[in-house]
Design a protein around this ligand. Structure first.
Ligand code: DX5
Ligand code: ZN
Length: 229
């Protein structure tokens, strides 16, 4: 089954990096369930962000879990570093590797939750057979690389596909949606089966973290209620 817990994960990509400690603490105090950390290498995606050092620093600032999204070309090479830096869930792109199994195994070996994702132009078939080895599926609703892009509603069918598949099996998984999540898209994400919502610009780009996080949670709960009917 898909975890029933609705969680909101603000992405620090849109935070003020001059005051990262203050930002992540403010998100936690405002009710965030996790902190989403976007790692970009300038190769798998055109943008460059940060590496394990920043994860390690953020880990020291908050007690909520760190949801780490690797947008890098050779995730296997860095699994150990990101796990020991304090990732609670470590996600990588299936299209970045030849075989997802050894990467999943490596993450699990370090005692960290496994997460997998694909860009909008790749099918979830790249990992659907391995769902029993995965703790979290991340559905990208924008192309990985930048914050503040527009939600792609056609990605909801992927959420639904994973949701349906998970419901059929005896496994528990989190389904997370990432990209363009805001007051207009949150409910439909949950209605399609997602229980974790990433929001970068909608939370950190606003002056009202608590209001935005509560709004997203309420909308997601509304979607979730309808889904169960
Ligand atoms: C995009 C990142 C997202 C990004 C979301 O590559 O994976 O996590 O921060 O930002 P918004 O919510 O602004 O679309
Ligand atoms: Zn992300």
């Amino acid at each position: 089954m898909v975890s029933k817990k609705i969680e909101i994960a603000p992405s620090i990509l849109s935070a003020d990096f001059r005051n990262l400690e203050r930002e992540v603490k403010a998100a936690q105090d405002a009710g965030a369930d996790r902190i989403h950390c976007d790692v970009m290498d300038g190769h798998f995606v055109p943008n460059i962000t940060f590496g394990p050092l920043v994860i390690e620093a953020v880990k020291k600032c908050v007690s909520i879990p760190l949801d780490v999204h690797l947008m890098i070309s050779d995730p296997q090479k860095y699994v150990r570093d990101f796990c020991s830096a304090g990732s609670d869930v470590l996600m990588f792109h299936a299209e970045a590797v030849d075989d997802i199994a050894p990467v999943l195994q490596n993450i699990k070996k370090q005692g960290v939750k496994t997460g997998i994702t694909v860009n909008p132009d790749y099918p979830v078939d790249l990992f659907i057979d391995e769902l029993d080895k995965i703790d979290q599926v991340l559905i990208m609703s924008v192309y990985a690389g930048f914050g503040g892009q527009k939600f792609m509603p056609e990605m909801k069918h992927k959420v639904k596909k994973v949701y349906t598949e998970v419901q059929k099996r005896d496994i528990t998984i989190d389904i997370e949606v990432d990209g363009g999540v805001n007051g207009n898209s949150a409910e439909e994400c949950a209605l399609s089966g997602a229980n974790v919502l990433v929001a970068g610009s909608y939370v950190f780009g606003s002056g009202e973290y608590q209001k935005r996080i509560s709004e997203l949670r309420e909308l997601a709960l509304k979607g979730r209620e309808k889904l169960q009917v």
